[in-house]
Design a protein around this ligand. Sequence first.
Ligand SMILES: Nc1ncnc2c1ncn2[C@@H]1O[C@H](COP(=O)(O)OP(=O)(O)OP(=O)(O)O)[C@@H](O)[C@H]1O
Length: 328
Amino acid sequence: MAENDYIINVIGLKKAFKVSKREEGFGAAIKSLWSRNHETVYGVDGIDMKVQRGEIRGLIGPNGAGKSTTIKILSGILHPEEGQVNVMGYVPWKERQKYVKKLGVVFGQKSQLWWDLPPIDTYALNREMYKVPHKRYLELVDYFKELLQIGDVVHKPVRQLSLGERMKCEFVCAMLHEPELVFLDEPTIGLDIISKENIRKFVKQVNQDLRTTFILTTHDMSDLENLCENVTIINKGKVVYDNGMSRLGHYFSKKKLIDVQFKEPLDRGRLDEYTLLSSDELTATIELDLDEDDLRQFVYELLGKLPVQDINIRNIPIEDVIRDIYTA
Ligand SMILES: Nc1ncnc2c1ncn2[C@@H]1O[C@H](COP(=O)(O)OP(=O)(O)OP(=O)(O)O)[C@@H](O)[C@H]1O
């Protein structure tokens, strides 16, 4: 594949932050008023990353790994000390005005919509800002209203919307200028399962219909399983995995964690047959290495054998996946 077929091409990216270093204690606090020691922390430390046009790429890693720093550089908010960055033919922190017209951003934790206005008003303001032709704007609003079933929702003030409704509207807001590339930062955080699925369906559909490239940052493994063919995992500012989901599939489809809460204190001996990650008298976290069908059978048997008050099934955390990759 030719180098310019990539929508994102990053080589040797490094970003350093200067942070003040202070010893603990009252004396050190006073001393630091006059003299400060600084140390250099690398937010990203030599990242290479290539993304093809039309991909939905997962960008994941534990807290503090360097995901936000990478996204901030790719969207032109920060500029790096070292490395080459080419996104859609631009160096993101130069020619910012032209560049941002081709870019969309959705933050699960931050709203781009005006709180007291209905989303449709924010859309109209954005149309002006991005100079979207009126006819195309109307076509797109209709397309998104139909796709997301938000015909009525876009006319209610944002503060009256549920989180799921608001997230759908946030997406539309990021898409109306038809960006070629969209950063999705924890887009499903806090949503219930149905709303998560709606958002995923929407991302898939838009990816197919408009060929939008998405970079998805998430801590939810189901987002990755459902949306991404390729995943880049960052840890401590470096890429530790950059490949297909299939190799990671093992962790997601076969390993599950089951958190169980018991109705009454339990003798530990009754848990001997399980692989326990943690347990006390009233709770246990069991690790399973099973296929989905066996999972149902396992839960069924567990409910029959033990006095279960509550049960929660989850994928193994990304931190554990990374640890396994290191030790594999
Ligand atoms: N403005 C800053 N000043 C100093 N250090 C910073 C700054 N921004 C990020 N860092 C440091 O760079 C490292 C990477 O941070 P970054 O926010 O990119 O991680 P992240 O992967 O997005 O984490 P999270 O999942 O918690 O958001 C961390 O050690 C962080 O403390």
